[in-house]
Design a binder for this molecule. Structure first.
Ligand code: COA
Length: 373
């Protein structure tokens, strides 16, 4: 059987940063404006005044200290509160494809490969900027890859599900090489005017190159096994789909057309799901979880990750055993665990094993057991 390996990883990070303090100042200015506009209804008790957000709450509840975004000017303007992303013409490279090309080139360079040697591009992300043609096919063309490309969406688990799909295709021999790329423009599906979640997301793009281990040119990670699971839940939901225009009131500013979550329920329900998923995967793979040298976990909440790390490893993980990047990047949906992997894997020694694990809307959980070669 062909042994698949991750031979390169790439990370595109936007240049603009929003700190918690900047974000909170903008949100509070927006809330003050809104409260002034609705002063009569608030006084009459028919609507509730919007409360202020706070940096202390954000750090304590999530571990997030800042986020990268494609555009901060719109997000920080209390009269706008969303990114200004210029709509591109059909002849221009799309916004997602542009980020993806940068991240993919980095992954290819690390692996010492040319784009023309790639047979498949999987663009795995929680939102895609159009219905078709697939963003993956645009990336395939922009890079000069062969074979085929397709988009997939498993929300925050898109990257690990994409890696499983690519690894399985390499194992079966239907392709030799695949790029799995995760352009996440979360700033465009976050409701920046909602105090409960305005701090959660950031923008980024990650990519990994997978190929048969026997063809790897440098240091790499064998993909020993993967496991994916889903279980339906409405606790993380975004109703913005193609039927939107057929609904009455589609022009209205509808809250459910952006990311919505019941954060507390997600917390309670997803944690046991992830822990039992990892235990089951490790059991199946004959891997003692306490012997894992690294966990690259989905980056949504520091408390969640600390809990999962402790349960899986059976000890309080050292910071390098379970690296967090969400203090810098916030939640970047499917890209989070891959950012952690791209930034914190070079120091592992041959034979060291680690687990990439993502989880989120669906619910969905995906885990990838890797070994440093
Ligand atoms: N600033 C100040 N206070 C805030 C606030 C803000 N930005 N947002 C909420 N609060 C208040 C709430 O109103 C609530 O006040 P109350 O106790 O008077 O009702 C209090 O802080 C606690 O709010 P709560 O929503 O229960 O906080 P939390 O500790 O659950 O943290 C999340 C919120 C979203 C960070 C957390 O639930 C989480 O990370 N959940 C999992 C999310 C996840 O993994 N999602 C997957 C997405 S891909």
């Amino acid at each position: 059987m062909i042994q698949p390996a991750i031979t390169g990883a790439g990370l595109f990070t936007p240049t603009q940063v929003i700190t918690n303090d900047e974000l909170v100042a903008a949100f509070n200015a927006y809330a003050d404006l809104w409260n002034a506009e609705h002063a009569d209804e608030i006084a009459a008790g028919t609507v509730e005044a919007k409360g202020h957000s706070s940096s202390e709450f954000i750090v304590q509840a999530s571990g997030i200290e800042q986020r990268y975004v494609l555009d901060k000017t719109g997000v920080l303007d209390p009269e706008v509160m969303h990114p200004w992303l210029r709509e591109r013409s059909d002849d221009e490279l799309g916004q997602m494809a542009e980020m993806a090309v940068t991240a993919c080139r980095m992954a290819l360079d690390q692996a010492g490969r040319q784009a023309s040697e790639v047979d498949a591009v999987i663009c795995a992300a929680s939102n895609h900027e159009r219905a078709y043609p697939a963003v993956a096919i645009e990336i395939q063309q922009a890079l000069g890859c062969g074979g085929f490309g397709f988009d997939m969406n498993v929300a925050c688990s898109s990257a690990t599900f994409g890696i499983q799909a690519a690894a399985d295709m390499i194992r079966s021999g239907s392709i030799r090489r695949a790029l799995v790329v995760n352009p996440e423009i979360c700033s465009a599906h976050l409701e920046w005017r909602d105090r409960d979640c305005h701090f959660i997301f950031g923008d980024v793009c990650t990519a990994v190159l997978l190929e048969p281990e026997e063809e790897a040119k440098g240091p790499h990670f064998r993909v020993l096994s993967t496991r994916c699971a889903t279980q339906f839940s409405n606790n993380i939901r975004n109703n913005n789909g193609f039927l939107r225009r057929t609904r009455k009131g589609h022009m209205e500013d509808r809250r459910d057309m952006q990311f919505m979550q019941n954060g507390r329920k997600v917390f309670k329900e997803v944690l046991p799901l992830v822990v039992s998923h990892i235990e089951g995967h490790m059991d199946e793979a004959g891997q003692d979880p306490t012997a894992l040298r690294r966990l690259w976990l989905h980056q949504a909440n520091k408390t969640m990750n600390d809990y999962i790390g402790r349960k899986v490893l059976g000890r309080v993980p050292d910071p390098e055993e379970q690296p967090n990047i969400l203090q810098d990047y916030a939640n970047t949906s499917s890209a989070g665990s891959i950012i952690a992997f791209a930034k914190h894997s070079d120091d592992l020694q041959p034979g060291d094993r680690g687990l990439i694990c993502s989880f989120g809307a669906g619910y969905s959980v995906g885990s990838v057991l890797v070994e440093r070669a």
